[in-house]
Design a protein around this ligand. Structure first.
Ligand code: ADP
Ligand code: ASP
Ligand code: MG
Length: 422
């Protein structure tokens, strides 16, 4: 046994194994015991010959609790101060994980985003990563330490703390993986991998073994909360494989990789649901060249993502325009709309409780009848489709929120994605 371990250690020294970046999400570090479990996994990876960089999220529901606390103090807290507050969650976990690794007899050092020079733009609460200074990380790895980095946070050039949007530890994971040219980014979470739909909503969902970056990107941006969209975008750009795994066991999870021929044979590989959407209806907007461009440029400048735009031109030289936005963005959107309408004329109405069900698959490019199957599945359940939007590999239907879960399960079954087990 001993001789075996020695032999592995020698081989690793001769054939230098690469860097692995591992990320542990909130549920995987929710308690002291879970932090010790994560420490064991990290140490085992190092013992197998890798240099290990670990990204951690805040413990359990800490980020949600901090947001609630802020709301108790202010209806509209300044975004810079939100970032000051939210970044504390991850700072607790990095220190505790470093302590757990020390307690298990290995050396580790923890860093905040600012301490490793993870520079972002200045868009507080939704900042984008600009660069990471890998010097300190590499020098600590070279001394044999495990390096622990706080996920979800960075710092502006002025030194202000920023956060990277909800689920932003995924972006930290992939950005570090790209900068360090990691062999793989391992995303440890509370499910066995990426499923054909959120297993909490569709108990019959199946685990997917391999999925392309493009499919994962569409699933994430249309509701699959398992990975943040920006993180997948980054992974595609720098061709870093992501392995989504369960932190509770060692079985392989889902690999997110470049598209292969085999993937193209499946028309629909997964479904996703986005709840809490709101429809904004603009009425009697002047129908002149440049008006729509002005509206949507202004909204984009406020960093608000919109979708499902419909325009109807009326006889009186005006137009009605509607689009959907996430409920959470409405506080930012309303003042923007008020300013625009004061300038352009027209009125805005806000309709809550919309949802969007989507099917995604690279095989859709060649397959026929995918849209028809989806529409029929919804019609059979008497679910009204309020709008349809598509990309080359996705079809989405806007439905009422009350129908949302039911719509997802109906569509999942219609594309034969249900597993055998109940
Ligand atoms: P972590 O705290 O580890 O980052 P998250 O809660 O952010 O974990 O993401 C994991 C959750 O994502 C799962 O518990 C699951 O309910 C949800 N989820 C949504 N869509 C999917 C999907 N297609 N496959 C797997 N999990 C999904
Ligand atoms: N703690 C942050 C959140 O809950 C970031 C993350 O977990 O990825 O969104
Ligand atoms: Mg997450």
């Amino acid at each position: 046994m001993c001789r075996c371990v020695l032999a592995v250690a020698t081989i690793c020294r001769i054939v230098r194994m690469g860097i692995i970046v591992q990320k542990f999400g909130g549920t995987s570090v929710a308690t002291a015991e879970k932090i010790h479990n994560a420490a064991r996994r990290v140490i085992a990876t190092q013992a197998a010959g890798h240099q290990v960089v670990v990204v951690v999220s805040a413990m359990g529901h800490t980020t949600d609790e901090l947001i609630d606390l802020a709301k108790q103090v202010s209806d509209n807290p300044p975004k810079r101060e939100m970032d000051q507050l939210l970044a504390t969650g991850e700072q607790v976990t990095i220190a505790l994980l470093a302590m757990a690794i020390h307690a298990q007899g290995r050396d580790a050092i923890s860093f905040t985003g600012g301490q490793i020079g993870l520079l972002t733009d200045t868009v507080h609460t939704k900042a984008r990563i600009r660069e990471i200074d890998k010097t300190r990380i590499l020098s600590e790895l070279a001394t044999g330490k495990i390096v622990i980095v706080a996920g979800f946070q960075g710092v502006t050039e002025q030194g202000d703390i920023t956060t990277l949007g909800r689920g932003g530890s995924n972006a930290s994971l992939v950005a570090l993986g790209a900068v360090l040219k990691a062999e793989v980014c391992e995303n440890y979470t509370d499910v066995d991998g990426v499923f054909t739909a959120d297993p909490r909503l569709v108990p019959k969902a199946r685990k997917i073994d391999r999925i392309s970056y493009d499919e994962m990107m569409e699933l994430s941006s249309f509701g699959a909360g398992v990975l943040q969209t920006r993180a997948v975008e980054f992974a595609k750009k720098y061709n870093v494989p992501i392995h989504v795994r369960n932190s509770g066991h060692d079985r392989p999870g889902t690999w997110i990789v470049e598209e292969t021929k085999a993937m193209e044979e499946i028309a629909v590989s997964g479904c996703a649901l986005k709840k809490d959407l709101m429809r904004v209806a603009l009425k009697n907007i002047p129908d002149r060249p440049g008006i729509v461009a002005k509206i949507f440029t202004t909204i984009a400048q406020a960093n608000i993502i919109i979708d499902d735009i419909i325009q109807n031109v009326l006889d009186d030289g005006t137009a009605n325009i509607s689009f959907t936005v996430e409920h959470g963005d409405i506080a930012d959107l309303k003042p923007v709309m008020e300013r625009l309408l004061a300038e352009l004329g027209g009125a805005a109405g806000y309709e809550k409780d919309m949802a969007k069900v989507s099917v995604v698959g690279v095989g859709m490019k060649q397959a026929t009848g995918v849209a028809a199957t989806m529409f029929k599945a919804l019609a059979d359940q008497k679910i009204n489709i309020q709008n349809i939007s598509t990309s080359e590999i996705r079809i989405s239907c806007l439905v009422s929120r009350a129908d949302a879960d039911h719509a997802l399960r109906a569509v999942h079954s219609a594309f034969a994605l249900d597993s055998e087990r109940p």
